[in-house]
Each structure stands twice: as structure tokens, then as C-alpha cells.
Design a protein around this ligand. Structure first.
Ligand code: ZN
Length: 413
């Protein structure tokens, strides 16, 4: 067809609109994108022919005929999402509409000499066992560290022992598929943009609590990445210079207080967690810390005031720092996620009081929402990196995003 570059851009814009705001009528699409009704009719017919859009219910309209709404076909594509941690991988197989088709966990040693080969081999083995349809658009990888660029995928992640690791390049070579790599919290924000808060808000924060403490800053619909892809290291906001040593090498960071290891250290100071002996500095990401925090959570649930106090104190520290971040960034809404939300009822009182007390007037009624969490949430975020690219008219995923779009359109029957 004539002007195919422009047509491609417009098709992407239509997918982007429906992927982010949900089903719309042709008239609404034309109005939102400032297109003529004739070109919307033509382009949506093509997209329906490609199996990417479908006609949904009739939306009653005042006056004229009821309008036929168009929506994305959830089964038009799928992606694998991979979450890399210090001791295991979680891999999920996710459809375009966010439905999880499968999930797997594998042990993983990021410090071994063959770490990237092991990673690629595990992904390959997963690809070999999944169904052929719907078509696979690519692989998204979430890492606890900074990434230069999603489409390049060079990773610095001290907690994995990775420095300038060419994760994207190696996986692309082994898998011959589009591969997008991103900081794990930024990947969660990509999922929120696609399926969650991003449908109704353009400026929001995603905070995570658990082993570490992280943030993703979404402004004007985009994840803010910083100069080197390292923005959002909320866990390393200074809280108290006389505080515990942090994994980053300095002292008194937010994460050293309220990350899992920090909670465990605070609990031991109160004589709690006798079974979990001290493991040295609380900045180290002790893999046993999550079990110890779960034990602390059970004690809090059983009414142990000292255990409740540990969470309450952590809530207050997190609340003060969160207020600072809100004051700086001015989001519409804040979403709190991560393994740590399992114990949120014990953080909440301290958190709410501290955050409201520290917010500037006029921002004290900001919505702060805590979402449910499961083991595969991180990996679902990684898959969303790929699944979001067909809807990303801004092209954050670069050349890899173009390849993902080509697979989506090319896969049509
Ligand atoms: Zn730190």
C-alpha cells in the first residue's frame, strides 16, 4: 500500500490507543488520533484481517446508531518474561492481554563463568516446551540492576556480580528472537502502563519493597530512565549516616533499614528471630532474609508487639522517604508492590502517618495503593516489556521494538 511507513505509524498508534485505554469505536479512534473516518475504517479493517483487532459489543450512543467497539485480540501474540535473581530464574509465558499461559522456576547461579549460557539455555529449553500458537513476539528480561538501553541490554547489577554483562546481545544471538532487557522495577512499571495504572494515569510511581527497595518513575506516560538507565534507585536514598551498612557500600540507606536484611537486623536487636542467627552486615542480601521476614510476619500476625514494632518502624522510615520522593516527582498516584507487601498491614499505620505528615500541603490526599503480589509478578513485568512495544508509539524499544511489531503483523494468517 502507498505510504506504508506512515501507515505503519498510524497502525501502531491505533494499537497503542486500544492497548492502553481499552476498546473504542471507530469514531472515537478517529477523534483521538485526528484521523479521517475513511483511513480509520481502512486501517482497522487491515488490523482485523491480521487478527489483531476484533469487533466487540455495541456501545449505545445518544441519537445515532449504536457504535461498534473495536478491541485488541488477546491471543494475537505472546511473550516470555524472565526475572533474574541472585539464586533463581522465574520464566512466564504471557498472552498479549496479560493472561499467563505458563510459569516455571529454575535454580540459577549468576556468578558462574557460564551464567549467560545457562540463562540462554534455560530460556531455550522453555521455548521448546511451549505451544506454537499464539506467535511468540520476543523475550523480555528483568534484572535487579541498571541497563544501558532496553534494545541493547548491557547490565550492571552488583547484587548479581554483573558488570557490563552483554545479556541482550548474547540472548539475541542464541535465541534469534527480539530480546528486551530492563531494570526489574522499570519492567513492573511497563506492566502497570499496559494493564494497570497507566490506563488512567500518565504520571505515577511504582515502589517495591522486599529484599531490596526500588522505584520506577513514570512521567508523561514514559518510564524515566536517567542518563545511564540507572534512575529509580530509591533504596539508596540516605536516611541516617549512622545507620547500618548498605549493600551499595555506603551507610544508612533506606534499603539498609527497610529491605529484608534490614528488617531482620532490627528484629535481632529486639531479641527476635532466635533461630535465624546473625549473618554479619545487614547490607548483604542474605538469601535467608526472606524466610526470616516471613517468620517475623507470622509473629506479628500472632500479636507479638515487638515484631509488629519492627514493621511499624520500617513503615515510618519508608513513609518519610516516600513523601520526599512524592514531593520531588509530583505523581498522580503511587503503587506499592513487591514481596514485602505480604506484611503490609503491619507497615501501614507507621507508613500512613509518616507519609501524610511529610507531604507538602495540597498533596496529602494523593492515592497510595498497595497491590497484591505473587511469585510470578516480576517475570510478568519482564514479558510486558515485549508486549508493550506494539503499543509504544514513542519507540522506547528501538530496533528490537520494530522487530517485535514485524513479528506481530507478520504472524497474521
Ligand atoms: Zn545503599
Amino acid at each position: 500500500m502507498a505510504g506504508s511507513d506512515r501507515g505503519d505509524l498510524t497502525r501502531t498508534a491505533i494499537l497503542a490507543l486500544l492497548g492502553t485505554v481499552g476498546p473504542l469505536s471507530r469514531t472515537e479512534i478517529a477523534r483521538e488520533l485526528d484521523l479521517s473516518p475513511a483511513s480509520v475504517t481502512q486501517l482497522t479493517r487491515e488490523l482485523m484481517g491480521h487478527g489483531m483487532l476484533e469487533e466487540l459489543d455495541l456501545k449505545p450512543s445518544r441519537g445515532g446508531r449504536p457504535a461498534q467497539r473495536l478491541g485488541l485480540v488477546g491471543s494475537a501474540g505472546r511473550a516470555l518474561g524472565v526475572k533474574v535473581t541472585a539464586d533463581h530464574l522465574v520464566i512466564v509465558d504471557v498472552r498479549l492481554d496479560g493472561v499467563v499461559l505458563g510459569a516455571w522456576e529454575h535454580p540459577f547461579d549468576p556468578s558462574g563463568p557460564h551464567a549467560l549460557d545457562d540463562l540462554a539455555g534455560t530460556v531455550e529449553a522453555t521455548l521448546a516446551r511451549i505451544e506454537q500458537a499464539p506467535p511468540l513476539l520476543g523475550v523480555g528480561v528483568g534484572v535487579p540492576g541498571s541497563v544501558d538501553d532496553q534494545a541493547v541490554g548491557t547490565v550492571n547489577a552488583p547484587t548479581l556480580g554483573w558488570q557490563a554483562m552483554p545479556v541482550g546481545e548474547r540472548l539475541r544471538r542464541r535465541l534469534s528472537l527480539p530480546v528486551l532487557v530492563e531494570n526489574d522495577v522499570n519492567a513492573l512499571a511497563a506492566a502497570e502502563r499496559l494493564y494497570g495504572r497507566g490506563r488512567t494515569h500518565r504520571d505515577f510511581l511504582v515502589l517495591t519493597i522486599g529484599r531490596g527497595v526500588g522505584a520506577a518513575i513514570v512521567t508523561d506516560g514514559r518510564v524515566y530512565r536517567g542518563a545511564r538507565g540507572g534512575a529509580g534507585e530509591f533504596g539508596h536514598v540516605p536516611v541516617d549516616p549512622s545507620g547500618p551498612v548498605c549493600g551499595c557500600g555506603t551507610a544508612g540507606c533506606l534499603e539498609a533499614f527497610v529491605g529484608a536484611a534490614g528488617l531482620v537486623a532490627a528484629a535481632r536487636d529486639k531479641g527476635l528471630l532466635g533461630e535465624h542467627a546473625a549473618h554479619g552486615d545487614p547490607g548483604a542480601r542474605d538469601p535467608g532474609a526472606k524466610d526470616a521476614v516471613d517468620e517475623l510476619g507470622r509473629a506479628a500476625a500472632a500479636g507479638d508487639r515487638a515484631a509488629q514494632d519492627v514493621f511499624d518502624q520500617a513503615g515510618r522510615i519508608l513513609g518519610r522517604s516516600t513523601a520526599g520522593l512524592i514531593n520531588v516527582v509530583d505523581p498522580e498516584v503511587v503503587v506499592i508492590l513487591g514481596e514485602g507487601v505480604a506484611h503490609w498491614p503491619y507497615w501501614q499505620v507507621g507508613f500512613d502517618r509518616a507519609v501524610r505528615a511529610q507531604l507538602m500541603p495540597g498533596r496529602r490526599d494523593i492515592a497510595i495503593e498497595v497491590e497484591s503480589w505473587d511469585e510470578t509478578s516480576w517475570a510478568q513485568g519482564a514479558a510486558a516489556l515485549v508486549l508493550a512495544t506494539p503499543f509504544d508509539a514513542a519507540g522506547a524499544a528501538g530496533e528490537q521494538g520494530r522487530l517485535v511489531r514485524a513479528r506481530l503483523i507478520g504472524a497474521a494468517p
